[in-house]
Design a protein around this ligand. Sequence first.
Ligand code: MGD
Ligand code: MGD
Ligand code: SF4
Ligand code: MO
Length: 720
Amino acid sequence: MSDISIIPTGACHDCGGKCVFKVHVKDGVAIRMESDTGPDEPQLRACAKGRAYRKRVYDPNRLQYPLKRVGARGEGNFERISWDEALDTVAQQLTRVKKTYGNSSILFINYTGNHTVFQGGGHVSALLTMFGGHSRVWGMASNEGSIFASRSHYGTLSTGNTRDDLVNSRLIIMWGWNPVCTIQSTGTSYYVVQAKEAGARIICVDPRFTESAALFADQWISIRPGTDAAMMAAMAYVMINENLHDRTFLNKYSLGFDEFRKYIMGEEDGIAKTPAWAEAITAVPASAIAALAREYATSRPAALIAGWGPGRTAYGEQYHRLASTLATMTGNVGIHGGGAAAFERGPLGAQISPEIEKFIDDNPHQLDVARRLRTRIHHTQVWDAILQGKAGGYPADIKLFYACSHNPLNQCPNINKGVEALKQLEFVIVHEQFMTPTAKFADILLPINTKWEVEDITRPWLAGPYFIYLNKVIDSLYESKSDLDICRELAPRLGIADFANKTDDEMLREAVKSSTDMSRDVDYDRFKQQGVFKYKVTGPQLCLKKQIEDPGNNPFPTPSGKIEISSERIARMNNPQLPAVPKYIETWESLNDPLAKKYPLQLITPHFMFRAHSCFDNIPWLKQIEAQAAWINTLDARVRGINDGDEVKVYNDRGVVIIGAKVTERIMPGTVAVPQGAWYRHDPTGADKGGNPNCLTRDIYSPGGSWPVNTALVQIERVN
Ligand SMILES: Nc1nc2c(c(=O)[nH]1)N[C@H]1C(S)=C(S)[C@@H](COP(=O)(O)OP(=O)(O)OC[C@H]3O[C@@H](n4cnc5c(=O)[nH]c(N)nc54)[C@H](O)[C@@H]3O)O[C@H]1N2
Ligand SMILES: Nc1nc2c(c(=O)[nH]1)N[C@H]1C(S)=C(S)[C@@H](COP(=O)(O)OP(=O)(O)OC[C@H]3O[C@@H](n4cnc5c(=O)[nH]c(N)nc54)[C@H](O)[C@@H]3O)O[C@H]1N2
Ligand code: SF4
Ligand SMILES: [Mo]
């Protein structure tokens, strides 16, 4: 055994957790891994994806050498070239495009495939910035609706309680929140179990009976996608009508409730937002809406956790604002066992520095969508921007596209438009580990090493209480390199001296030293040796506690210093689709849309347990656990003659997806779920045989900036 060393590391891409891996290495080869076995609870234990990571590292289909396209773009034919030729070509093309069209014609996107503090595409962006700049996108795929709402309502994204505080809740409402699958910080499910054991009632509001509903919930309320704001408005109605809202709390801490009340009671538009009104919209029985309103208002402390899935709909920001408004009406903000029902970044250090947070909060135009669109492209419209450029009202004419840690053809809406856009470009550069659908469209494709081949640091989402040191486990396989090493070699070719002249180790040490979160507490060498640093936490911590306990000295970081149920900043945008008080606005492609005659089913595209977006879709071990499938309710399947496991066609005017059917009562009638992340694989008829729902989603943003990838009408039929 003595020739085996056990190296602490981690890995993983953009799943919602971050776990400890201990990799056993023999003769330079990783032969197996175990996870956290330590005494501290909750253990940071890897899920099936983490435990299959070795299969990803040693996958023979990894990109091994730099590749140059031969044949037409997108056909997927490549030829091996040397690193020198690859980097010379990249530098020549960047220089040519810069000279001919200017830097704004270079669109660079670094996304979430790499989810660490140090390595990854940030270095490419830094290099291109030194080269004169590049066009960018904005609009967080995950949660832009929540960001908009959290900033307008509370003035900050730091609104969360640490997860251990769930144990103090009497009621937990998992609203479009499925932590068993999406993790939402490793350890979250552990605390939900503890809360349940301590007697909390748990209610799930979701069109699907999720893994989390199955494990934890006392009640499942199924709801039509995109209608959550209507249900929440009706809950507010019940609270107001039955005098269950906390008027003392509202008066003391918030402003704008009266205006909101007028909307809810129908004084503004003549429509009272009653449970019966909401039933017709949401398909949730009025009695269930009223009961949940009463239970939430009378079970203090109660945690309404507003997941991001319902926010990834048309007008999704209204759902997030209404969730925060309900938390405010029930006085659950800033108290143990409660919750602000907002963005939920935790109190243990900020993911972005307090200075940046303050800058954003001091600059109200950060909410102003129109202003952002003048300088950036919304991420959902990247294909349209490439196709239309300035003539279409976009800020630049894009000629060269450079992607890093991003699989946009797979992950951005409207894949068929994406194919057209990528074909139109003058040049495409991709840094990747695998021949992904996007990589296939590269002109130069550069092979990137995995997290086990470099040193790095990572931390969980929402500022969870630990950091993980990713030790290098093995040497880089084949000819792969890190994104940073590529930049180091590209810099002189672009005429840039002094780019990242230090070693990775020196840079990592400096990153720790200059980090607001780590510099105080982390001893670098011990951290590296142990592989994990955990904050010593003495019980649950809350973000908004001081604003509640001592409001005189601790105003909310909004312009008024209060919780803003009505927002002057939003009112000033003067956009009827972004009303000053939160409202239910019917989505496009709702069931009332004339299009519903042709496409009568609502599509949602949830995240998938055995992938992190598109990562791990190519790992056979994981595919064996659960196959990609279109969830369809038994009633909808029966009228279409569809049986479980049949091959079906899911389609609308934007595309056709061929996929297996999962006939189940775990999804409500009228709704179809095709999990996001499966690799797009087009066949000669133009259909996608990979089961990728982004062939069906619409490439448009919600007025507040969210990605409405859960708003689309489709039809399904059996393929004979
Ligand atoms: N329909 C629909 N679409 C969605 C969503 C949805 O809910 N529905 N969710 C959206 C959300 S929330 C997100 S965050 C996005 C995610 O979108 P992406 O970030 O594009 O997705 P990933 O699959 O995580 O990562 C992209 C690629 O990064 C590569 N990669 C991993 N590590 C590295 C590295 O170190 N360097 C380099 N260069 N590459 C690396 C991986 O191999 C992977 O192919 O998808 C969005 N798309
Ligand atoms: N295993 C795994 N974990 C992940 C990821 C992954 O790809 N795989 N991705 C990570 C990333 S980057 C992100 S952003 C998060 C995403 O985390 P979430 O946004 O929370 O994940 P989703 O699965 O998209 O949505 C959560 C739930 O919302 C439901 N839902 C969809 N539309 C509606 C609606 O209109 N109303 C209601 N009430 N519910 C709705 C879905 O059925 C789903 O169960 O997950 C992270 N964790
Ligand atoms: S995929 Fe996420 S939950 Fe699974 S092992 Fe990796 S970090 Fe942990
Ligand atoms: Mo995300």
